[in-house]
Design a protein around this ligand. Sequence first.
Ligand SMILES: [Zn+2]
Length: 115
Amino acid sequence: MIIKTRLVKILSFGFASGMCLYPFVLIGKEIEITERLVNHERIHLKQQLETLILPFYLWYFIEFLIRILQYRNFEKAYRNISFEREAYYYESHIEYLNHRKNYAWTRFMGQADPG
Ligand SMILES: [Zn+2]
């Protein structure tokens, strides 16, 4: 279920266009809803389901801290969280979720492009 809300801007400190809080996809009030954005957030929904939701947020946050140490850059750290790497890598592949393997994000832990 997609909800347009100003909460995205507030919760992400003006950083994100969309946000996934299972089972909801929140999209910023001023953001245009595109197929690509919806696909990106639907990939996160899948990741949240297979990690039983709460551990997703925990791991997301822990990996973000690790990436901050690694890249020393807020944007780079966020883009390189395994969950985000998978979502950004496949967001334009609209058919991706039809054939995605469970825990596919783990393949992105080592590198942004798992090859
Ligand atoms: Zn994302």
